[in-house]
Design a protein around this ligand. Structure first.
Ligand SMILES: *[C@@H]1O[C@H](CO)[C@@H](O)[C@H](O)[C@H]1NC(C)=O
Ligand SMILES: *[C@@H]1O[C@H](CO)[C@@H](O)[C@H](O)[C@H]1NC(C)=O
Length: 404
């Protein structure tokens, strides 16, 4: 009797090991293994199953910790926002992902960053002032504010790796005052002044008004007086710095950039295995977005969730190839374009990028009320979007049910 019991246990262990092992080698099976469909299968089912969207020939080039298809996953976060980093760490732990953190510029708590942002706004004003009034203004629904030109290095095909000492255009504005390469603005030019009180409340009422947010290359939408505020400039700079790191790096593989308040679909890796092989020429892929017109454009390669948007906003979740990052950095640092608008607008004005969007988005911004802070500043875009089965959604549900 005890012998039989021993054999039974041994058999059990072998079966369990076999079962586990059958999942271990294939990451795709691993993520779909939680759904074990036991229904009898029809002939039609078998035919359709083998014509499914994941090509059997597809071999993910990177490991599961970066979702198989990316070389690196970046998180842009303010150093002081431990709560946001905890949020992202929970997502990482849930799916055993590995993130690279980039600390964003912080106008509220960091005087150096505040000074940098003040300088940037003054350089934007100065650049525009220098080219202004060379042409008579054109009055239409869009008012042309200044004649526009890209800088010389911002050209289609400018995809050479960036050397760390390749500092041009708006890069020069970011240098410390002690650096002789930093341009100077004549002291007679009226300055924009950014200050803050002890509580981190920003004040930009003391000097010149901050620069206009422009549309297209250089235009103002008639009747709309929107100015660059420090968070907009800080956000541009933070994304720019990540793109620059990618552009300088030796990485050849695509990179995913998340902001620190996102959620994404639990089966994101499986979805990416379906999507990426269908878009071999992609340069920017929006996993998350808002105000996208992508769904109105034709589907790409028979994939109903894949589109080429002609208008898209929000930068909480996008992937980019290193060569596109090198090109983008050169556009973004063009003096008449740099810091001219919120960073998420730029993709609509740089035609020289193969952009795709996943519709509906597979990553959204978690409403700030759910992240437990910044209550009251939530914008509407995030409330218009939902995931089917988000990682954070699962975490919240598990907490509610007392499982965490
Ligand atoms: C996470 O993934 C890495 C690399 O694939 C692996 O070495 C590690 O054991 C995994 N950690 C957990 C907790 O599964
Ligand atoms: C302020 O920001 C600068 C540049 O972003 C950084 O080097 C520095 O460590 C920050 N200072 C503090 C006190 O966090």
């Amino acid at each position: 009797m005890p012998r039989l019991k021993f054999c039974m246990i041994l058999l059990w262990i072998v079966a369990v090991l076999f079962f586990l092992n059958s999942f271990a080698s294939d990451p795709y099976v691993q993520i779909s293994a939680s759904f074990d469909d036991q229904r009898p299968k029809s002939k039609l089912h078998d035919i359709l199953e083998s014509s499914g969207p994941i090509s059997p020939a597809f071999k993910p080039p990177y490991g599961d910790q970066t979702l198989g298809v990316f070389q690196r996953i970046w998180i842009i976060t303010l150093e002081t926002r431990q709560d946001r980093q905890d949020h992202m760490r929970a997502l990482a732990e849930a799916l055993n992902l590995s993130f690279t953190y980039h600390f964003a510029r912080d106008p509220y708590h960091n005087a150096t960053d505040r000074q940098t942002l003040e300088d940037v706004a003054n350089f934007v004003l100065w650049e525009r002032h220098q080219v202004e009034y060379k042409d008579p203004p054109i009055t239409d629904t869009l008012t042309r504010l200044f004649p526009f030109e890209w800088s010389e290095d911002a050209q289609p095909g400018s995809i050479a790796r960036l050397r760390p000492d390749d500092i041009q255009g708006a890069d020069l504005w970011l240098l410390p005052d002690s650096d002789p390469r930093k341009p100077t603005i004549p002291s007679s030019f009226p300055r924009y002044i950014l200050s803050s009180d002890e509580n981190g409340h920003l004040d930009q009422t003391k000097g010149e008004k901050p620069p206009f947010v422009v549309w297209q290359d250089n235009a103002l939408v008639e009747g709309i007086d929107t100015r660059l505020d420090p968070p907009i400039t800080a956000c541009w700079l933070s994304h720019y710095e990540v793109l620059r790191k990618i552009a300088e790096s030796e990485d050849e593989g695509p990179q995913l950039i998340f902001e620190d308040d996102v959620d994404f679909e639990w089966d994101l890796q499986q979805r990416l295995y379906q999507i990426l092989p269908k878009v071999p020429g992609w340069e920017v892929l929006f996993l998350g977005h808002c105000f996208s017109d992508g769904a109105m454009n034709p589907i790409v390669n028979g994939m109903p969730y894949l589109h080429q948007p002609s208008h898209i906003m929000c930068t909480h979740a996008y992937a980019i190839t290193p060569s596109a990052a090198r090109k983008l950095v050169r556009y973004l640092r063009s003096p008449l374009f740099a810091f001219s608008r919120p960073i998420d607008h730029v993709f609509n004005f740089i035609g020289d990028l193969e952009k795709y969007s996943i519709e509906p988005p597979v990553s959204i911004q978690v409403p700030k009320t759910l992240l437990g802070s910044d209550i009251g500043t939530a914008d509407n875009a995030e409330r218009m979007q939902y995931l089917v089965d988000g990682v954070f959604q699962r975490i919240l549900r598990a907490k509610e049910m007392g499982g965490l």
